[in-house]
Design a protein around this ligand. Structure first.
Ligand code: NAD
Length: 339
């Protein structure tokens, strides 16, 4: 008789987890949420090429947390970090701006690195992998308008190469997961995050940097700059909601599926600037400017939104924090850092 397949549901309470690329925005919130959810242990593997130990300062000292310095391009290091682990969240990646400065490195980390993590999961019999993908799999440019659902195709015409290379690398990562499920039965859930923002925000994401730049300028007494007329659509998701989704994906019985994660509603570049001004307690108007030559911008064909109904159906997740509250929390965190 064949052995019954273990359930793809991996409860956080009492479980052991590895967060690959966890010393950053999403990883730090996910590790914190897992510890709060009574995980037995959480290992964070990172090569600190972009992330920093400071990102984990708020949870350091918790005896269940172990931070390991290692590189996903080295299979043995990834496998070592998986000893005794039940579930893995794979976050290590290069985003669009990094692809713009070093495409070769982007391909290495996002494709070969992802395959190493998937291979290690298979060899170590990990019960479930959560793979961080992106709404970049829908592409950018004039073809991107309206509701983006999981079946929406990849638009490339008229978009910057770095954004398309990044999106394509995430599509490859997703398909490597599907392939490992098909060949070896590796349980996985792909989460296509929209732009993540919140506490421990960095400057590496082409959209969230709009919030950071606006806040830096307001703090310096200058109006935030908005490219164009401020009507460009953006769709963000708060980092605490993303951490909850990573956990929901592990705990759900769902497997072999890709779902969108997005905040309650899309916003515009003008609205972001106005919210930052208001929530910083400043009185000024945004300054509308022409695009800066050579800077990667992620533009679309008009108004659009990322639909997250499938996430609710498959992993029981829906966003809780809207832009006003999320930006407020980000500003409170930055102020507490003395910036
Ligand atoms: N931040 C966003 O807006 C956003 C949006 C959509 C998808 N995502 C995806 O979510 C994930 C996490 O996002 P984030 O903002 O926390 O990412 P990040 O880029 O800040 O963090 C990735 C982490 O991976 C580490 N890393 C990079 N190369 C590595 C390697 N070779 N070996 C080991 N570690 C390595 C970095 O040091 C960093 O700490 C990424 O996969 C990203 O593509 C992020």
């Amino acid at each position: 008789m064949p052995e019954p397949k273990p359930s793809p549901a991996v409860p956080i309470k009492g479980g052991n987890f590895l967060i690959v690329g966890g010393a950053s925005l999403v990883g730090s919130a996910t590790a914190e949420a897992m510890l709060k959810g009574e995980a037995a242990s959480v290992v964070v593997l990172d090569n600190f090429s972009q992330g920093t130990p400071e990102a984990l300062r708020h949870i350091e000292g918790d005896p269940r947390l172990r931070v390991v310095s290692g590189d996903i391009l080295r299979l043995a290091q990834v496998m070592d970090a998986m000893d005794g682990v039940d579930g893995v969240v794979h976050l290590a990646a290069m985003m669009t701006i990094a692809f713009d400065s070093d495409p070769r490195r982007g391909i290495d980390v996002n494709v070969i690195g992802a395959q190493n993590v998937i291979e290690a999961c298979r060899l170590k019999k990990i019960r479930k992998l959560v793979f961080a993908s992106s709404n970049a799999v829908y592409g950018y440019g004039p073809g991107v308008v309206g509701d983006l659902v999981e079946a929406t195709p990849f638009h490339t015409a008229g978009a910057p190469p770095a954004a398309i290379l990044y999106g394509a690398s995430k599509i490859i990562g997703e398909q490597l997961c599907r392939d490992a499920y098909r060949r070896h039965g590796l349980n996985y859930v792909v989460l296509r995050y929209s732009t993540v923002y919140g506490e421990r925000q960095h400057y590496r994401a082409a959209n969230a940097v709009l919030i950071m730049d606006a806040h830096d300028r307001v703090r310096g007494g200058q109006p935030p700059r908005v490219v164009g007329d401020g009507s460009e659509t953006k769709h963000f998701v708060y980092v605490g909601d993303v951490a909850r989704a990573n956990i929901a994906a592990l705990e759900a019985t769902a497997t072999d599926v890709a779902v969108n994660l997005s905040g309650p509603a899309p916003t515009t570049t003008g609205e972001i600037a106005r919210l930052v001004i208001e929530l910083s307690g400043a009185k000024m108007q945004p300054q509308y400017v022409e695009p800066e030559a050579g800077k990667v911008r992620l533009t679309s064909g008009g108004a659009w939104r990322i639909d997250h109904a499938l996430a609710e159906k498959t992993i029981g997740w829906r966003p809780q924090v809207d832009m006003r509250e999320g930006i407020r929390r980000l500003i409170v965190w930055r102020d507490a850092q003395g910036r």
